[in-house]
Design a protein around this ligand. Structure first.
Ligand code: MIG
Length: 794
């Protein structure tokens, strides 16, 4: 950006034109199907269809020109259920009610309001309602309440609460800058949730062309619009924020449980350029006893940047390399970009041309764009057949033992002025051709589907791992997401928190930034603080750019290395807890790393809290985000909290000043919490020897936690092969009852012994386990009691 003050010369001021807006006009007629969960409405200036997907989910489609098609984008996995809908009509209103919501349409304006069964207004159109502007773009205006706060919108810069922001969804490769002014990044998730006085609803605009959400231009109205195509959106009735996430991920799907190795510590660099360098890297991790689960191969591994090849000089025997590292518990993850080099002697290009697999113009000529390999063609992933071809090509990798792939440049990024593919390209889209302009935001998502499904078919029951830069709503079904090319700035460490939190609220639980910062040069303190944060980001990878200073854990000297190592190890200690939360995310859609507002939606201190976050319901993490800083303010909501390191009890509902020397990441555990932990390991491939169960009992209270475990590598869990135990604690008058309820033992964990630690309890505490009085309990000082338990007792 080389703008100067010339940009703001007085005569450059643009005239603010109000766009000629035309709303739908009045309702002329309507029909409903016999089940009445589909309404088709004809208006003066367009058509509206209403489809109930569930009692609490309704889809509204508006097309100004014709009766809307009910076809959805590939983001949607759900078919409408058989909802019992009651239709009522009066001279002014048309009403359609399920048991959970009532949709009220004003006949003279076709404005829509949605109420809950008790008559509480969930969301309503503002006066403008739905319509088109003079550019023929569809738009919907909704009422903004003074208490509204907006979350989600996928991958956006700036603070957590998006009230006061105007956001454009257009997958873009942004090397720089990532700052509050940058609107479109790599992911487009046209979805958000509103929280108003503790109640929540959600809206998902299913349109993969350019869409805009404007929560800024007016004080009492917000809008969402699409550059092309119909206005096709879903309303999720809540009423809680968690309900909304469940509803949204019912429509767009949930994340499958990742392979456990994908949750370990990953090391990357653009690039580790040879087999020798990769071996040396892994050796150093082993020598230094720093855990490691994956090493990444960036674009230099290829032969002239041709995907599905290795450079034979630098990587003479990739299969052996991959096998050898696997024996040490380390997975290799190669990068795969969509651009296929235009080279008539290259098999992938030949296959693509011969099979008609590349993106073409209407006239039938292939679209070429310049990326790493030079002039390149791009697979047309909108065709199922092309996705199959691309997926099958991954046999090249999986046959070598590769189980994880990294998709980059799939916005798609092209080195030109527009940064992407020509918008005139005509995608074949399985027989329903559409221009790139209409489908742009789906490209990376579909590449992800192709890659994930291909690998899944090849891995013989094992779970594939996919990392992607670009995506659309529903990306969680196939990939984890990293937030692209950040920089080694403290500001970017700060920004990563709300960015990941909003990705989580957008249905993507598995995400994280490049730890240490990608571009620019990192330093010891920044890498240390960033790694501390990384211990708790769902995705945990250190990555950096070509010319930057090295930022492997040992790059900045002994003092930093020790702390970095401690926190990478801490990741493995917390893994049995995190893994249970990943499983929960795969069932409920709730993120592992979440904003406090999801748990405390009535607490105003949480509404825009962007510098601390929760892991599940019981743990607050508050990283240090500034240089030379050894303390910070932490907000603890209602309840009593325990400082994880010092065991100090802290009262919630207020702010605390917390000390944090370089080796301290502030962590707080809610009273009542039950936390399952493992041991330090060199990688997730090492068997767990012992499970630790940490209990922070609530005085005269009870609490429970359901611990989950499975083989961590196959899909056998889908057939019930898992271990699940509900741990319950009840404390009354200095008597503690601990009980275990085995919910499933179709999988046998590696460990056979668990050790329970009771925190902050009195020495004379009476303890019963499964109703049996424990006489020989060991009091270890520091108000702690430890208690060994055999797996048979669980
Ligand atoms: O234009 O493959 O965001 O992680 O190292 C740069 C080289 C292409 C961008 C990715 C980055 C990766 C880099 N890629």
């Amino acid at each position: 950006m080389n703008d100067t003050s010339f940009m703001i010369l007085p005569d450059k001021e643009k005239e603010q034109k109000t766009l000629n807006y035309r709303n739908l006009g009045s309702l002329l007629s309507y029909t409903s199907d016999e089940k009445e969960n589909l309404l088709e409405i004809k208006c003066e200036n367009g058509y509206v269809s209403v489809i109930f997907y569930r009692e609490d989910i309704v889809r509204i489609i508006m097309n100004p020109k014709k009766v809307p098609s009910k076809k959805t984008s590939l983001a949607v996995v759900k078919e409408p259920e058989n909802v019992l809908v009651e239709i009522e009509e009066s001279p002014e209103l048309l009403k359609a009610s399920s048991r959970k919501l009532t949709l009220v349409i004003n006949k003279s304006t076709v404005n829509v309001s949605i109420y809950d069964p008790k008559g509480r207004l969930i969301v309503s159109d503002s006066d403008n309602g739905m319509g088109t502007n003079e550019k023929q773009e569809v738009i919907c205006y909704k009422r903004m309440d003074k208490d509204d706060h907006y979350y989600g919108f996928g991958e956006k810069t700036s603070f957590l609460d998006k009230r006061g922001e105007r956001m454009t969804m257009w997958n873009t490769d942004v090397y720089a800058p990532h700052n509050p002014e940058i609107d479109s990044l790599y992911q487009s998730i046209p979805y958000f949730m509103t929280i108003r006085q503790g109640y929540a609803y959600g809206i998902f605009l299913d349109n993969p062309s350019k869409t805009v959400f404007d929560m800024k231009s007016s004080m009492d109205t917000y809008s969402f619009s699409a550059e092309t195509g119909p206005l096709d959106y879903y309303v999720f009735a809540g009423p809680t924020p968690k309900n909304v996430l469940e509803q949204y991920t019912t429509i767009t799907g949930k994340m499958p449980i990742p392979p456990k190795w994908a949750l370990g510590y990953h090391q990357s660099r653009y690039s580790y350029k040879s087999e020798a360098e990769v071996r040396e890297l892994v050796k150093t991790f082993k020598e230094k006893n720093i855990p490691l689960d994956a090493v990444y191969l960036d674009i230099h591994y290829m032969d002239g940047y041709r995907v599905f090849t290795f450079d034979e000089n630098k990587f003479p025997n990739p299969k052996k390399l991959i096998q050898d590292l696997k024996d040490e518990g380390v997975h290799v993850v190669p990068i795969v970009d969509p651009g296929v080099k235009e080279d008539p002697e290259y098999f992938a290009y030949q296959e693509g041309v011969n099979g008609n697999h590349f993106c073409e113009y209407l006239e039938g000529n292939i679209y070429y764009g310049n990326v790493w390999p030079g002039n390149s063609a791009f697979p047309d992933f909108t065709n199922n057949e092309v996705r199959k071809w691309w997926g099958d090509k991954h046999e090249y990798y999986t046959k070598m033992g590769i189980e994880g792939v990294w998709n980059d440049m799939n916005e798609p990024a092209v080195f030109n002025e527009t940064k992407t593919m020509d918008l005139k390209v005509m995608h074949k889209n399985d027989g329903d051709p559409k221009t790139h302009r209409e489908l742009h935001n789906l490209y990376g998502f579909l590449m992800g589907e192709a890659t994930y499904e291909g690998m899944k078919a090849q891995l013989d029951g094992k779970r594939p791992f996919l990392l992607t830069r670009a995506g659309y709503a529903g990306v969680q079904r196939y990939a984890s997401v990293w937030t692209g090319d950040n920089r080694s700035f403290w500001e970017h460490l700060q920004m990563a928190i709300p960015m990941c939190l909003n990705l989580g609220v957008s249905g993507v639980p598995f995400c994280g930034p490049d730890v240490g910062g990608f571009a620019h040069d990192s330093n010891g303190q920044l890498l240390t603080r960033w790694t501390q944060f990384g211990t708790f980001t769902p995705y945990f990878r250190n990555h950096s750019v070509l010319e930057s200073i090295r930022q492997e854990p040992w790059s900045f000297g002994e003092e930093y290395e020790q702390v970095i190592k401690k926190y990478i190890q801490e990741r493995y200690v917390w893994l049995p807890y995190l893994y249970t939360l990943f499983r929960e995310a795969s069932v409920t859609g709730l993120p592992v790393m979440r904003p406090l507002v999801l748990e405390y939606p009535l607490d105003k201190h949480t509404f825009n809290l962007s510098d601390q976050f929760m892991i599940g319901t019981d743990v607050i993490v508050a990283p240090i985000l500034k240089p030379d800083t050894y303390h910070r303010v932490v907000y603890l909501p209602e309840g009593t909290w325990v400082n994880y390191w010092t065991e100090e009890k802290l009262t919630g509902g207020k702010h605390h000043l917390i000390e944090a020397a370089l080796d301290i990441l502030p962590i707080f555990v809610k009273e009542g919490a039950i936390i399952t932990q493992g041991t330090v390991k060199s990688s997730t491939e090492t068997k767990e020897s012992e499970l630790s169960i940490h209990i922070y009992p609530k005085e005269n209270g009870e609490s429970s936690f359901t611990y989950y475990e499975d083989d961590g590598s196959t899909f056998a869990y889908e057939d019930g092969a898992y271990f699940e135990v509900k741990i319950q604690v009840k404390m009354e008058n200095n008597r503690l009852n601990l009980s275990f309820h085995n919910l499933s033992d179709q999988y046998q964990p590696d460990w056979d012994k668990a050790v329970v630690t009771l925190h902050k309890v009195r020495e004379d505490l009476k303890i019963a386990v499964n109703g049996k009085e424990q006489l020989n309990v060991e009091f270890t000082g520091e108000n702690k009691i430890t208690l060994p338990i055999k797996i048979q007792d669980l």
